[in-house]
Design a protein around this ligand. Structure first.
Ligand SMILES: Cc1ncc(C[n+]2csc(CCOP(=O)(O)OP(=O)(O)O)c2C)c(N)n1
Length: 642
């Protein structure tokens, strides 16, 4: 196996083109094999195997800087940069990260997980190089999906104004997670369907095929014919008028799976100067037929059987499913309801809504900020916008929440999926800041439903709320609770009212969201030891159920709060702020995530590590009640650095 001998780009550069082609096949098999076991971003990574090989081959990495966008397409990059032997640990706790991480490898030049950052990062690195009078190449790879985000254009705008010497690879597979949306991807595909392109492609392939890649002579071959490729390259500029107008030299599109074409073209463009774009066509899922046919399904796959493509485990009802159903149910009754997503129609449960109400469905692409402002605009005109975004990606639109929605008191509903710990996608994807960043915004109402049924009620409640925005956040997966019935009549919650779930003797745990379920389980464990604690569901993180908290203070010696949000400014913080504002001497003991970036691992592992599993909650309560500890020590700040 060639790939066992190729540990890093230096080894790679010793291979000839025939060996590179075999290596590509081997890496592809390795990716399919490992992802079928551990799950992960299969389709995107299969699409970039040749591109990765070619880039490391022609660039002098790690001295030259290669910057990937999102980082979900970088599995081949990991395998080829001294991490091949650990690749099977991908996404496992303490194993390799599923994204890019500066602290994992010197080849991971810029950490990523959120989209559309690579161009600005590359610009910054290239400018720093120039100021320091250093000499290396900078290449940023960005997907067509990530080009739907304004950040990419902000970077292009500055980069060309400074005449920055760096190269952009537009990795175009005509897909975001779902089919790409909007005018810009359409423009890219016009380049491809151009008759002129087809003519040029034939010309380039003919020319490159005539290059002689004899054993070990690939470098020579490229140099010898580079002037002809250069000539050809000039001819390719015509369709890139868009980039050209932005001050970038445009080349392409070329076939991103054909090393015979990729290598000489990359080399030539890499060695030229100024801001430049190479447009590369790739196929998402390339080499695994199920993923080629259904790239959306395999964008982020859970473990699957290679032969059938079927998932190894079938899940039950999820919060996302319940949200998808609940919004359909509401939309049938009220035609002012519109649904908005930012490139995640499937992930947020809106696929069926999109089919049923295409006129009332808006996918903005990876443009969370614009999506939120547009929702505010719709609310101005009396529509009822429901913005469904993952908690972590709404961070992108923080100012829009403040300035465009809350300040104007507009009734926009935010359905925040993937709140709390998401698991193996790790620190870039955990939704562990939302209660804090939402709570500090005036006019904001925040709910945290603890079950799929509560989520349905939370949506109904949010839609009748007319004074300002309402957000409700819920985790990845399902609550696993029995007796969930999504057919019962919906309940409109009284704003700022929680619910007592069980009585106890000395202590009470007040939970936010699904952590309330962990609290209930913890209480059952403690029952067995003769310690009876009460449990309440806060339901609203803002406004707080102040009466409930005051009752808790009166009735119980000890009050605990539990949440899967950072301890900094979250639910427990809110309770303590309230207690202090009322001059209550007691404070609550906050069971929450520590003020660090939480690493990747399964939710079960992470709840256990950070004291939020039922058993660990019970440990904390026991330590306070039995041993008289006053504080629960947070785990040492071994913060994950990305
Ligand atoms: C800010 C942000 N919003 C949403 C996502 C979720 N997301 C991950 S990859 C992706 C699609 C990216 O498409 P593209 O750049 O074309 O890469 P491809 O997967 O097609 O290779 C999306 C929407 C994200 N990572 N970051």
């Amino acid at each position: 196996m060639i790939h066992e001998k190729v540990k890093n780009p230096e080894d790679l550069r010793k291979l000839n083109i025939g060996q590179l082609k075999i290596l590509a096949q081997e890496i592809r098999q390795e990716i399919i094999q490992v992802i079928s076991e551990v799950g992960g971003h299969l389709a995107s990574s299969l699409g970039t195997v040749e591109l990765t090989i070619a880039l490391h081959y022609v660039m002098n990495t790690p001295q030259d800087k290669l910057i990937w966008d999102v980082g979900h397409q970088a599995y081949a990059h990991k395998i080829l940069t001294d991490r091949g032997e650990r690749f099977h640990t991908l996404r496992e706790m303490e194993g390799l990260s599923g994204f890019l991480k500066r602290h994992e490898s010197e080849y991971d030049v810029f950490g990523a997980g959120h989209a559309s950052t690579s161009l600005a990062a590359a610009f910054g690195i290239a400018r720093a190089r120039d100021l320091k009078k250093e000499d290396f190449k900078v290449v940023a790879v960005i997907g067509d999906g990530s080009m739907t985000c304004g950040l990419a254009y902000e970077a292009l705008n500055s980069a060309s104004a400074f005449g920055t010497d760096f190269m952009v690879i537009l990795n175009d597979n005509e897909m975001s997670i779902a089919r790409n949306v909007g005018a810009i991807p359409k423009m890219f595909s016009r380049f491809i369907s151009d008759e002129w392109y087809n003519y040029s492609k034939v010309r380039l392939e003919g020319m490159v095929n005539r290059l002689r890649f004899g054993q070990h002579k690939i470098g020579e071959g490229i140099v010898k014919f580079s002037h002809r490729v250069e000539e050809f390259v000039k001819g390719l500029i015509v369709p890139g008028i868009f980039f050209e107008e932005l001050g970038f030299r445009y080349v392409g599109p070329i076939d991103g799976h054909n090393l015979d074409v990729l290598l000489p073209t990359l080399k030539t463009i890499l060695n030229s100067k100024g801001p430049r774009v190479l447009h590369v066509m790739t196929m998402k899922g390339k080499g695994y037929s199920f993923a080629e046919k259904n790239p959306e399904k395999y964008h982020s796959a859970s473990p699957f059987f290679i032969e059938t493509g079927e998932p190894k485990q079938k899940g039950g009802l999820t919060f996302t499913d319940a949200f998808g159903r609940a919004i359909l149910e509401q939309a049938e009754k009220d035609e002012r309801i519109v649904a908005i997503t930012a490139a995640m129609p499937g992930g947020t449960g809106l696929s069926e809504f999109a089919q049923r109400f295409p006129q009332r469905f808006f996918d903005f692409g990876i443009a969370e900020s614009a999506a939120v402002i547009a929702a505010a605009g719709m609310a101005c005109e009396g529509l009822k916008p429901v913005v469904a975004i993952y908690s972590t990606f709404l961070q992108r639109a923080f100012d829009m929440l403040v300035h465009d929605v809350a300040l104007q008191g507009l009734p926009v509903v935010f359905a925040l999926d993937r709140g709390g710990i998401v698991g193996q996608d790790g620190p870039t994807h955990h939704g562990t800041f939302d209660l804090s960043y939402l709570r500090m915004i005036p006019n904001m109402t925040i709910m945290a439903p603890r079950s799929e049924e509560e989520l349905r009620n939370a949506l109904a409640t949010a839609l009748v709320h007319e004074n300002g925005p309402v957000a409700f956040r819920y985790p990845r997966g399902g609550s696993g609770l029995k007796n969930i019935n999504l057919e019962r009549p919906v309940r409109i919650f009284k704003t700022g009212r929680g619910e007592w779930l069980r009585n106890g003797e000395k202590a009470v745990i007040i939970g936010a969201g699904t952590m309330t379920n962990h609290a209930l389980e913890a209480a059952e464990l403690l029952d067995q030891e003769g310690l009876h604690v009460a449990v309440a569901d806060a339901r609203f993180v803002k406004p707080l159920d102040e009466d409930m908290i005051l009752q808790a203070v009166e009735k119980y010696d000890r009050i605990f709060t539990v949440e899967d949000n950072t301890v900094a400014g979250g639910f427990g913080s809110a309770v303590n702020e309230f207690l202090s504002s009322r001059g209550v001497e007691k404070s609550c003991i906050m069971l929450a995530l520590p003020d660090i970036f939480i690493e990747h691992g399964t939710p079960t592992e992470l709840y256990e590590k950070y004291g939020l599993s039922p058993a660990r909650i019970a440990d904390s309560v026991r330590a306070v009640l039995r041993a008289g500890h006053d504080r629960i020590p947070y785990p040492a700040a071994s913060s994950t650095k990305i």
